[in-house]
Structure formats: C-alpha cells, structure tokens
Design a protein. Sequence first.
Length: 237
Amino acid sequence: MQPLLRTTQSEKALDTMLTAVKDFLPEDGMPYIEPFCGMADIPFTLEISHCLLNDNNPHIINLYRWVKSGKFLENGWLITRRTDLNNWAENRTQFNELIAKGTIETVEAAQLMFYLSHISLYSNFATNNAFIGVHDPNGELPNIDWAAAAALMQNWELSLGEYTDFVVPEGNTLVVNAPPIYVQQWNDVAWDPSDHQALLTWLETHSGKIIVFHRRRAVVQSLYAHWTTAERVFQVV
C-alpha cells in the first residue's frame, strides 16, 4: 500500500530500508515499532498489520488517527483539492488558522495535512508552529483506498510525543529511521551530534533487536561503529 504522506526518502534509500527490514521483522504476534514513524513508509509499503508507532508531529498522528477510525471521509472532503498555486495558498492559510486556534485534532486539519504533504515541495513548521513550504506545480494527490488503509491500521497503536517518553516493550524489535543531522525538524529543532549521542544512549537501554537507518554522515556512523552483531544493526541509506 502506498504511504498516505509524501515520502522524504529517495527511491534507492527506501529500497535499502525495505530490504533490510524484511529480514528484520519481528516474530508473529510481536509489534513492529518505530519511535520516529514520520511518513510510515515501511509499515504502509510492507502492509504490516501490528504496529506501535510514535512521532512528535501532531499533524501526522492526527491524520493517522482519523484514517484508522474510518471517519476520514465520513462527511466527504471538507477542503478544496485543486492543486494550483492559489488553492494551495488558501489551504495553507486555512491549515495555519486551525493551528493558531488550537483546533488541530479535527478531520479538516487531517485532510489539509494530507493535501499539503503532496502539493508542497517540502513540509516544515516554523517556530510558531505554522506550516511553511513551497508549492509544487507538479504535485498530485494520490488515489488512496481509504477503507483498505483503515483496515490495515486497526492494530496500529499511535503515540504522540518525544522518543524519550515513548515506552517500548522489552524484548521487541525496534526500527529507527534516525532524524537527519543539521536539518530542520518539527518546531525548528536541528539535530546535532550530541542529540544523536543521546539517541544512542536511549537505544542502548533497549533489550530487543534494533536496526537504525541514517544518511551517510561520518559523525553519526562513528557512534554506531560497535554495532556489528545480529542484535544491533546500523544501516546507511
């Protein structure tokens, strides 16, 4: 199944991740777990039915929760889906007005997140939490089988928060798509080497198998140089 949000991974990187995860999937009855689920490329593409997914972006989790509930299109589309620049700008304004009012857990906000993800060249948020981005003149809304997506997600547990507060059951396989280094993340926070060291320290407390994906950056690779066993895998993408 196609992920609901526009992927930020290159085709090569995603293929590498999918191949690695296929050999690293948890045993039957055990959940697939990601502390930085983001676009959820892997669980959607591999159609993994039992997941425990966390992210600190409330708009992503809100979208997933509405789709899982089966009510994403219960009252049809509440937004205009034209993809021209003017309509994109109007939808961005509408989304930011919902954010300013604090009404971000609505189905309207979920639909706008889906729309802006696909019709924007990138999807970032400013320090005031407002959505910023650039219109993609070639952006298209994919045809999603929303009923099939809801069915797939019925055994997905969705958690909103920082990874340090994410409770991972002991002994479970953990898949980590580590945030990029020195790249803007949610709420204008840029990760640096100390952030990745903190992530590694947190991961080392986990008793189960772990696979970490990261782009080729020497400063991060050096942190995981000792991960050479079947229980601890660092994969460059």
